[in-house]
Design a protein around this ligand. Structure first.
Ligand SMILES: [Zn+2]
Ligand SMILES: [Zn+2]
Length: 527
């Protein structure tokens, strides 16, 4: 069974109604890892609903969390806001009503492109509206028990007078710098002493005061547990580091059960994504990669596929360079498998592969197979002037007859994705300029012989002009002439068409070109 179904069935065994939560601190535009959390939630939620259950998804924007460091994309003036909760900060570009809106809006818009539409909830607003009064009061009243639970489960010590509450300093507006020391049932007394955020110490202003329970927040572990209880969360994806023995999840679970008398949600651990490629854009250090960028270069379906193709806990890396081609090819294979083609996938894996495909669909599951591969488009878009030209070229090698409006829409999206990839993350090898005139190349007699043989094969009237046939013809020449490596002849052909040693898949490249043009060019260099 596919992992989304395993989780869905386990949850349905516990009850019919479900509630999944994800939370993200707002300190800049949320990166791809934050999207991972929500996409996993979405897959399981959809599986629950398909099987007759109900599931609501919320995304808690942790905008009460203090700003711990200044992300690179923020102006330097933001240093004055270090330690202040995100909801208080202005939009860095002056275009939105707040800092949080500036970063969460594009994130949510891009998630919607992959059909992930959680209900966003501002944590700051939950506190300010009094929805959290009850859970905060319980935490403060039972601070000593919480201190004991944290010590028992995680081993970390809090002082005897520790209170699970961070007031927002009335004087300097910071939340990371305050320490609460007394609770009288109405107000929390605190000192603004300074606090540690990562490697930095953020100095406090020295103010001493007392605030009501809507003017601050619970510490993270307690907050998490109280939120599960308050919202009735039944499952939650989390980075697997949070699930270590004595870690945040175990502590939260104990607090949820013993202080709030609620069952803790089922944890869905996942592995963090490692981003490897994207070297061209990735050079500017500190850039984050977002779900929007992945969708832009991979299409929404292929972007979704990335998250469902393997279990959440399996090693996950993504390469925005050549890796995108591999990812697209794997997706395309799952698509052909879904439509019943024999792709060589072993019988026992077929169900999962088909499920990977259906989980990746956004506007319904297509009724029939209509596929032009990403690799093919890499060549086609680079030798075409416009959309009509692309269609004209593809029609030579692919059956586009009877293409529906929806199929055409999907193809257009894929073409745009390939163009964006070529302009941003594609390695230089993949970007080419077709040489309209034969380049000036001194060839050896043996190289000329290879091209002579190839021209005979390409001229055969019964050769269908497909990428596969062209690839095979080239390969056959290398075998017949006993080349040490078949890459020799491939390199030679890149040179005569692109004046480069490498390029995108040669079969697709030549298939995208006019047959006469190809034969003429090969013959020009033959002897
Ligand atoms: Zn803005
Ligand atoms: Zn202060």
């Amino acid at each position: 069974m596919h992992w989304v179904d395993v989780y869905a069935e386990e949850l349905l065994g516990r009850g019919k109604k479900h509630f999944v939560e994800s939370g993200t601190s707002i300190s800049g535009e949320p990166h791809l890892g934050s999207a991972e959390d929500l996409i996993i939630s979405d897959g399981i939620a959809k599986a629950i609903i398909e099987k007759g259950g109900e599931c609501k998804t919320i995304w808690a924007m942790d905008d009460l969390d203090g700003l711990r460091k200044i992300p690179k994309q923020l102006p330097k003036e933001f240093e004055q806001y270090l330690g202040q909760p995100a909801f208080k900060l202005p939009c860095p570009d002056g275009c939105c009503s707040s800092f949080a809106e500036h970063f969460t809006r594009p994130f949510l818009e891009n998630l919607a492109r992959v059909d992930v539409k959680p209900e966003p909830v501002s944590v700051a607003k939950m506190y300010q509206d009094g929805k959290y009064d009850n859970v905060v009061r319980i935490a403060l009243d039972r601070a000593a028990e919480i201190t004991a639970i944290i010590k028992e489960v995680s081993g970390s010590e809090r002082g005897d007078d520790w209170l699970p509450f961070f007031p927002i300093c009335e004087n300097c507006g910071r939340i990371l710098t305050t320490q609460a020391y007394a609770w009288d049932g109405q107000k929390v007394s605190y000192r603004c002493k300074g606090g540690i955020a990562g490697k930095n110490f953020i100095p406090g202003c020295g103010h001493e005061g007392a605030v009501g329970i809507r003017e601050g927040k619970l510490p993270w572990r307690v907050e998490w547990a109280s939120r599960w209880s308050h919202l009735g969360v039944t499952f939650e994806p989390m980075g697997k580091d949070l699930m270590a023995s004595g870690g945040t999840y175990e502590t939260g679970k104990a607090i949820c059960e013993r202080i709030y008398n609620s069952p803790a949600p089922l944890a869905v651990p996942y592995e963090w994504i490692v981003i490897e490629g994207g070297k061209r854009l990735g050079k500017s250090a500190g850039r984050i990669l977002t779900i929007g960028e992945l969708v832009d270069i991979a299409t929404p379906e292929i972007a979704r596929y990335f998250f469902f193709r393997s279990k959440p806990t399996s090693h996950k890396d993504i390469d925005f360079g050549l890796g995108i081609i591999k990812l697209a090819e794997e997706y395309e294979m799952s698509e052909r498998t879904y439509f019943g083609q024999d792709t060589g996938i072993p019988e026992k894996e077929l169900e999962d592969v088909r499920r990977n495909y259906t989980m990746s669909q956004i506007s319904g599951i297509p009724e029939r197979l209509s596929q032009v591969s990403y690799s093919h488009l890499i060549s086609t878009v680079q030798v075409s002037k416009d959309w009509n030209h692309i269609l004209e070229k593809l029609a030579r090698t692919d059956d586009l007859s009877g293409m529906t409006a929806e199929e055409e829409r999907r193809l257009k999206v894929k073409v745009e994705a390939v163009k964006t990839w070529l302009a941003t993350h594609a390695p230089e090898d993949m970007v080419f300029q077709l040489q309209q005139e034969p380049p000036n190349l001194p060839l050896t007699e043996f190289e000329k012989l290879q091209l002579t043989k190839l021209s005979f094969k390409l001229c055969q009237a019964n050769l269908n002009w497909t990428a596969e046939n062209i690839h095979n013809a080239i390969y056959d020449v290398s075998v017949e002439l006993k080349l040490k490596k078949s890459s020799e002849i491939f390199g030679l052909i890149y040179k005569i068409f692109l004046n480069k040693n490498r390029g995108p898949r040669l079969g697709y490249l030549l298939a995208s070109l006019d047959r006469d043009f190809v034969v003429e060019r090969v013959q020009h260099f033959a002897n």
